[in-house]
Structure formats: C-alpha cells, structure tokens
Design a protein around this ligand. Structure first.
Ligand SMILES: CC(C)(COP(=O)(O)OP(=O)(O)OC[C@H]1O[C@@H](n2cnc3c(N)ncnc32)[C@H](O)[C@@H]1OP(=O)(O)O)[C@@H](O)C(=O)NCCC(=O)NCCS
Length: 143
C-alpha cells in the first residue's frame, strides 16, 4: 500500500470510497475534482495498484489547518490505513509550517474519535446540534 497525492483521474474512486462510509463528508466526484490541485489543500490517497483504499484531505492557511474529509473503504477497515493516512497528512502539514490541526467529528463516530485520540488529538470544544441529532466534537493537536 502506498500513500500519494490524489490525482484528478482518481476522483470517481475517491467518491466511491467516500460513499461507502456514512460519516464521510459527501463531496461526490465533482467535489473531489474541485479539491484536487486547489492551493492550500492536501489530498492524499492510499492506493494498492490502481485501487484507492482510502483518502484524507487537509486544508491549511498560514500555520493552522483543518482535516476536512477522511474515509477508508468499507472492506478495508482495521488494517491501519486510517492511521497511516493521518500520520502522513500530519507530516505534510508540518512541512508546510502548520502548527495546529483541528477537525470536527460526530460525537457518535467512535471509530474516528479513537483514531484521532490515538494520534494525540484532544477534544477542545463541543458544537451543539452541529449535525442532525448529534453534536460535533472540535478536536485539535499542536504539531
Ligand atoms: C475512521 C476510519 C477512517 C478509520 O480507518 P481504519 O483504516 O479502519 O483505521 P485503522 O485501522 O488505522 O485504526 C487505527 C485506530 O483507530 C481506532 N479505530 C478504528 N476503527 C475503530 C472502530 N471501529 N472502533 C473503535 N476504534 C477504532 C483504533 O484505535 C485503531 O487502532 P487499533 O486498530 O490499534 O485498535 C474509518 O473507520 C472510516 O472511514 N470511517 C468513516 C468515515 C469517517 O468517520 N471519517 C472521519 C470523519 S471526522
């Protein structure tokens, strides 16, 4: 498995991975096409051969950044792919001069919360009813 910057021709596969996961952002193919190549965006894909197994996207401005989308294909979970994507995007953010990374996560999304906590993210705040029927946890990490 390799983790590399996503390419425009992978937009459809990225959208398929996203659609396999209910807690992902819901950008769809057009959203990924628009994201790829945007300045201030880092979109990494985990790949095996020509298959996309997962992705992570971070947007940054000066020394702050936000993880805005992350998913691993439903049939590839618990293989360490999410952890490696997160590690790689944090490294990339550090190289870009980012000092703080934040994200919002559904309070019921225990898989993602465990992943982020394992990577050293802490809950900074709670946004009441940010999602339909659920709060968002604002999590962050100094890098
Ligand atoms: C969150 C997600 C990216 C994790 O991907 P993954 O490749 O399965 O995660 P990993 O195998 O790298 O697991 C790393 C750690 O995350 C935590 N974790 C992952 N899945 C978990 C689960 N179902 N329950 C509890 N903890 C879980 C564990 O701490 C795990 O470490 P361990 O395997 O040593 O116990 C994946 O479940 C997913 O795509 N979820 C839907 C989309 C989503 O929630 N995106 C984030 C929105 S903020």
């Amino acid at each position: 498995m390799e983790i590399k910057p996503a390419l425009a021709e992978q937009a459809r596969q990225l959208a398929q991975v996203e659609a396999s996961q209910p807690f992902a952002a819901g950008w769809g193919e057009n959203g990924f096409e628009g994201e790829i190549g945007l300045p201030c965006s880092v979109l990494l894909a985990a790949q095996e051969g020509s298959s996309v197994l997962g992705f992570i996207c971070l947007r940054y401005a000066a020394d702050t950044a936000e993880i805005v989308n992350l998913a691993v294909r439903a049939d590839c979970l618990r293989r360490g792919i999410g952890r490696q994507l997160l590690q790689q995007v944090v490294l990339r953010a550090q190289q870009l001069g980012v000092r703080e990374i934040t994200l919002e996560v559904n309070e019921h999304n225990s898989a993602a919360i465990c992943l982020y906590e394992q990577a050293g993210f802490k809950t900074l705040n709670r946004r009441k009813n940010f999602y339909v029927g659920a709060d968002a946890l604002l999590m962050g990490k100094t890098v």
